[in-house]
Ligand binder design. Sequence first.
Ligand code: CS2
Length: 496
Amino acid sequence: MKTSIPLNQENLKKLPSQVNVPSYDRDKVTTSIVHIGVGNFHRSHQAYYTNKLMEEYGELDGGICGIGLLDYDRRIYNILKDQDGLYTLMTKELDGSLRAEVIGSIVEFIFAPEESRAAIEKMADPNIKIISLTITEGGYNLNEATGKFDFSNPVIVEDMKNPMSPKTVFGYLAQALKLRMKRGLKGVTIQSCDNIQGNGDVAKKSLLNYVEKAEPELLPWIEENVSFPNAMVDRITPVTVAEDIENLKDQFNIEDQWPVVCEPFIQWVVEDKFVNGRPSWEKVGVQYVVNVVPYENMKLRLLNAGHSVLGMLGAVHGYNTIDEAARDEDFKKFLRDFMDQEATPTLGDLGGIDLEKYKDSLIARFQNVYIKDLIARICLESSAKIPIFLLPTIKYQLANNGDFEHGAFVIAAWCRYNDGVDEQGDSYQIEDAMSNELIRAAALSHQDPIKFLEIEPIFGDLKDNKVFVEAYLKSLDMIRNDAIKSCVQTLNTQLN
Ligand code: CS2
C-alpha cells in the first residue's frame, strides 16, 4: 500500500509531477496583505490569484498574513501551521477530471483570540498595504431592514467597553488604524470580498459607524487615508468533505488536512481604488473597472439569488446538492423564469455583457455534478443572504409593477424550510444567526401564515404590501398542502 505524503514545504519536491506546486522561493515572499477570515472562499479566490501572480510573474511582495478572529478559526490556524501555510486547491472540471494545485501565497497566520496584540500590530505594520475581508454577509453587523449598524450586538458592546482586547473586526480595525495614524504611517486599503452589493461602501459605512462612537478622533484620518473599493467576487467553493480528502490521497498521493474544492470558473471585478498600492492582479485575470455596481448586481441577483432559489426549493423537496436541484427540469424552468422575468429587468445597462449567455453559463455551473455543492451550505445564514440576494429584486418589481411571483414563492418556501424537515421526512438543522426567530415564526405561521413576513429585521414593511402578501400567502398555502415539486409545476404553467 502506498503511503501518502503529508503536505508541507519540505515535502513539496516529493509530490507527483502532475501536481502544480509553488516553484518560487517562498522565503523571499514579503507580506503586504492581511486577510481576515481565511475560509474556503478566500483560499479558492484571492489567495489563488495571488499565488498565480507569484508563480507566473515572480511578483513576491503580495504575501498574505491570515488572521482568524473567531474561535472557529483555530482549526484552520493549526492546520496551516502544520502545513507551512500550504494547502491544495482541487478544481473539479466540467468533464469530471480533477486538478490539484498547491497554493503558497499564505505565508503567515495569527490566531487573534490568543494573540490580539500581535494581530493589531500586524495590521498596523508599515508593510501592510491591504486589509482584505471575507467576514460573511452578516459580518458587517447591519440591520437588514433599516440598514443601521447594530450597536446592541453584545460583542460590539464588549468591544466598545474593552477597546484594547477587541473581538470584532471593527474593534480590531479601529485599534490598528489608530496606531497607523499615531505613528504617521501611510493609509491602507480595506478590501471587502463578501457577496454584498457595494461591499466596499458597506465596509466603510460599518467601520465609520463604529469608529464614530468608539474612537471619534480617528474619523477624519480614515476619511483621508483609507480606501474601500467595491468588488464583485465569484467562484463556487463548496464545503470540503471527507471524500475530497480521500480522493486527494488516492489520486495525487497528498495528505492535506483541509484542501479546498472549487469549480473552474473564477472572476474578480474590482474598482481600482487602492490608496497604498496593490499587487498587479490584472496580469492574472482580475478586471479593474470604474463602476462595479452593475457587475455586482448581476452576480448577486442571478447567481447568488439563483442559488437561494434552488437551495430553498431543493431543501424542502429533499435534494442534498445544488446540481440535483438544477438538473430537475421543473426547478430548472422555475429558476430560469425567475431570472428572465424577475431578476433581469432590475439590472439596467450591463455594457457589453451578454446576459443570455451569462444565465446559460450559470445553469451549467449549477449543474456541475462533480462539485457536489451542498444545499445545506446555500441555505445556511439565509437571514443575511436573502435580504441581499433576493429582496432587492422583489422590491424593485413591486415598485415598478413588475413580476414578483417567483420571488414570493421562494420566500414562502423559506418559511416552509424553517419547519426543519423535508418532504421525505428527513430533518435538518437551521444554521442561522437568527434561527430562533426563524423557527418560531415558521411554527406560528401554521396558524397565522403572515407571521413569517412579520420578522421585521429581515422584511421591514413588506408585510404591509397587499399585492405581495397575497402572492406570498397563496404560495405558502400551496406549499403546505402539496408537494413543492407539483406547486412548481403548477406555477411553471400558470406564470407563462
Ligand atoms: C452562495 C455563494 O453562499 C451562497 O449562498 O451563493 O457562496 C456562491 O457560491 C459564491 O458567491 C460564488 O461566487
